[in-house]
Design a binder for this molecule. Sequence first.
Ligand SMILES: [Fe+2]
Ligand SMILES: [Fe+2]
Length: 136
Amino acid sequence: MNIVEWTRDLVSGFDSIDEQHRQFFDLTNALNNAHEQGDKAAVTQIYADLQSLAEAHFTDEEALMELAGYHLLARHRQMHQQFLAKIMAQAKAWQDGEDKVDDSLLFLQSWAFSHLGHADKAYVPVVREAMAAMQE
Ligand SMILES: [Fe+2]
Ligand SMILES: [Fe+2]
């Protein structure tokens, strides 16, 4: 069952960023399915995938914001760090035999809504404008 649904209004127009955002939705749904099916190896793998996706994505996104001189970069970076810390702690708990997957799923759902749907959407017009100005 899908617990998050990617929608067209999330398109930023930065292709690699959009692709990474879609992967985030896919991994969230995959985590829910693997957990429901009791597929422990898959859960372990998805936690690892989420972590590497997040690391790569945050690096790319922050580089873009830095290039554009985005005024909310510091705050945004903090949110990314909090996300990674949380997911890494929950992945560690899973490795130690503690099942916090339901917490992870709630957290990922709220991240999809509040971060991807709001914080990320907020930088798009600012970065786009800065990029356009640089090309003039
Ligand atoms: Fe972000
Ligand atoms: Fe993002």
